[in-house]
Design a protein around this ligand. Structure first.
Ligand SMILES: N[C@@H](CCC(=O)N[C@@H](CS)C(=O)NCC(=O)O)C(=O)O
Length: 241
């Protein structure tokens, strides 16, 4: 059996999408990060970085953290969505790494500063808006030249990037700037696995909203890893890092 620990966030949604694509049975477990559950000793024993997703598969006997590692593990275990070798494998892996090293961290920082009081964050907001536009532009250019991020076939690179690419309008940009990215996004959204994944993670959304509503200022400081107390978020954290 596979157990996935998570919340309603893009890094978790990508793993649920992968499990749905593979048709594997799994159980979801909510981690209330707004109430500091990621710092419980039991969770830290699975991921010392105190972040979701974490996947536990009986067949492996060792929890896996970091969404990129989880995707590679599942792809290799099932022999799907990642070519076994040659240039096609490394094309997929480089776009997967581009997501975990660039797309997620940069868009996640924009999400963070977007939810903070604006007057304190003008420089950070403008920096990460520019970085987000750069990232969306790179993805759009790749998808104008290639049907999928990794090349000819749908792969774990697409699965990793899809939940993050949907932030374009929430970040206040127009889709007109990146039409190839939009076509690709809609193509994945229409997949039955993507519909099932979105539905399956719906339970996390309500649990996150309840946990956030019950969070104290101290919970927010821990959640944002702040050593000095800071302001509470002013907008719902659509995605958190
Ligand atoms: N590089 C990690 C990032 C994981 C991550 O940032 N997870 C967020 C949710 S998307 C999280 O756990 N946030 C809560 C926290 O940082 O305490 C991955 O790809 O798995």
């Amino acid at each position: 059996m596979i157990d996935l620990y998570g919340m309603s966030s893009p890094n978790v949604l990508k793993i649920v999408l992968m499990l749905e694509e593979l048709g594997l049975p799994y159980r979801l477990h909510h981690v209330a990060v707004h109430r500091s559950e990621q710092f419980d000793p039991g969770f830290l024993a699975m991921n010392p970085l105190a972040k979701v997703p974490v996947l536990v598969d009986d067949r492996l006997g060792e929890p896996i953290f970091e969404s990129g590692a989880i995707l590679i593990y599942l792809a290799e275990t099932e022999g799907l969505l990642l070519p076994a070798g040659g240039p096609a494998r490394y094309a997929v892996l480089k776009w997967l790494m581009a997501q975990v090293a660039n797309v997620g961290p940069l868009l996640g920082q924009l999400n963070h500063f977007n939810m903070m009081p604006a007057d304190e964050n003008q420089y950070a907001l403008s920096r990460y808006r520019d970085q987000a536009a750069r990232i969306y532009g790179v993805l759009d250019a790749r998808l104008a030249a290639s049907p999928w991020l990794g090349g000819a076939d749908y792969s774990i690179a697409d699965i990793a990037t899809w939940p993050w690419a949907s932030y374009v309008d929430r970040h206040g940009f127009s889709w007109d700037r990146w039409p190839a990215l939009k076509t690709w996004l809609d193509l994945i959204a229409a997949r039955p696995a993507a519909k099932r994944a979105t539905e399956a993670t719906g339970q996390f959304r309500s649990a996150d909203m309840a946990a956030r509503a019950a969070a104290t200022p101290e919970h927010f400081d821990r959640f944002f890893w702040r050593s000095t107390p800071g302001p509470p978020p002013v907008t719902p954290p659509a995605a958190v890092r």
